[in-house]
Design a protein around this ligand. Structure first.
Ligand code: 5AD
Ligand code: SF4
Length: 433
């Protein structure tokens, strides 16, 4: 979602005559779009601000002005602390207020400004028409979360769950398609809880929304992320069998395989409930590739709890996953607990889990060798004459093909699995056409 927000901030400033630059030294305005989910991400902001302070000083000595903006969830959660710790910062703006960036920059002449309100107006209504250069784009359809997992800051930083209306999403999706986008990933912190109003005013489900997006000319592929297991409704599971443009890939965080830990995390489901859910999803779409998020070392997690997580991973089999050491976050219930897991134990568990997940990822990639599939070509490849694209199952593939193929879907045979990507060749029939 931060990638989406960053693109939208660029749109807002683009309308004011600003252009993006690759070099921070050239920038009149530097925006740090920040993440508060784990301590490491949040702390990185302050070290980056230290570097920017030096840059700002050098530029001032040359008589030039550099505005420094902190946006995103660290801005939302720690606005006052940022001002106190980072004197170089001119503007602090939360994730619900960045449509106001032009005014805030204007106000920041001579004083420091903070906007971390949850404004009554909807930022999406104030953002300019979407401008996008890529083949694949994110589109926020839902924001915020009412789940209150015991470890998570999202309900506090992004606020309560809000869904955009179906017409608003479709208008943005059409603008993307007109700009050449072929693949849209519908995003939200809890995207499968989507319940935006349809054109008739009645609430629509994520499956309804995806059916409508699939009807837009030019849109070949749809994905969605991130979902909560308890919101995988029957119609969404069925959608995986029924909507051809909906790709066979699902990111469905489970966090832990231990019922005791899941309960303490306030996830409101068990490990077996997750297994049964995956069975139903696989019954609907047998080739679906699965991805997940895991936290190791949640307070009170024992060796036996961790063994349950390893067992769940072994039972299900993931194509890819993100795994993290538990990081206590201020203001969350879990941060109050006295039974923290020692850092060394967290490290051991994370290494063991990641080794298992890596084996599964490699097995999945190796199993693709020899198969034929289709890739959506997204960008130039690593070597001249190559392009890079993704399979429906999100595997990255490099093939020899002209740059003109970017934005098209090519049938390919996977011939080799490298460390991080697959190599393919265009099927002869397509190459001859
Ligand atoms: N510590 C570690 N990982 C966390 N996540 C969320 N909060 C924390 C935390 N306090 C992880 C979860 C979530 C992903 C986006 O980040 O796995 O699914
Ligand atoms: Fe955080 Fe996801 Fe839980 Fe919401 S459902 S509180 S975003 S981990």
């Amino acid at each position: 979602m931060n990638a989406y927000d960053a693109a939208r901030m660029a749109d807002v400033l683009g309308q004011q005559g600003y252009a993006a630059t690759d070099s921070v030294e050239d920038a009149d305005v530097v925006i740090l779009n920040t993440c508060h989910i784990r301590e490491k991400a949040a702390e990185k902001v302050y070290s980056e601000l230290g570097r920017l302070r030096v840059l700002k000083g050098e530029r001032r000595a040359e008589g030039r002005d550099t505005r420094i903006v902190v946006a995103g969830c660290v801005a939302q959660a720690e606005g006052a602390e940022i001002l106190a710790r980072a004197p170089a910062v001119d503007v602090v703006v939360g994730p619900q207020s960045y449509h106001r960036l032009p005014e805030l920059l204007e106000q920041s002449r001579g004083k420091r400004v903070v906007d971390t309100e949850f404004p009554v107006e909807d930022k999406f209504d104030r953002l300019p028409v979407r401008r996008n250069k890529g083949v694949s784009a994110f589109l926020t359809v839902q924001e915020g979360c009412d789940k209150f997992c015991a470890f998570c800051v999202v309900p506090y930083t992004r606020g309560a769950e809000v869904s955009r209306s179906v017409p608003a999403v479709l208008a943005e999706a059409r603008a993307l398609a007109e700009g050449g986008v072929r693949e849209i990933t519908l995003i939200g912190q809890n995207v499968n809880a989507y319940h935006g109003a349809g054109a008739d005013g009645e609430p629509a489900t994520l499956a309804d929304l995806m059916r409508a997006v699939a009807g837009i000319p030019g849109i070949a592929r749809i994905r969605y992320t991130t979902s909560h297991p308890n919101d995988m409704g029957e119609d969404l599971i069925r959608a995986h069998a029924e909507i051809p443009a909906l790709m066979p890939y699902l990111h469905l965080p489970v966090q832990s395989g231990s019922d005791r830990v899941l309960d303490a995390m306030n996830r409101r489901h068990t490990g077996d409930a997750y297994r049964r859910l995956i069975d139903r999803i696989r019954a609907s779409r047998p080739d679906i590739a699965l991805s997940s998020d895991f936290i190791v070392g949640f307070p009170g997690e024992t060796d036996a709890d961790f063994a349950d997580t390893m067992r769940l991973v072994a039972d299900i089999g993931f194509e890819s996953a993100f795994s993290f050491k538990y990081s206590p976050r201020p203001g969350t219930p879990a941060a109050e607990r006295a039974d923290a897991v020692p850092e060394s134990v967290k490290s051991e568990r994370l290494a063991a889990l990641q080794a298992l997940l890596d084996r599964q990822r490699h097995a999945y990639q190796n199993a693709a060798v020899g198969r034929t599939t289709e890739i959506l070509v997204e960008k130039p490849g690593r070597h001249p004459g190559q392009v890079a694209g993704k399979t429906p199952h999100m595997l990255a593939v490099q093939v020899d093909a002209p740059a003109a193929s970017i934005g098209t879907i090519l049938p390919v045979r996977i011939v080799e699995a490298g460390a991080n990507s697959l190599f393919g060749e265009i099927l002869a029939e397509a190459a001859a056409a």
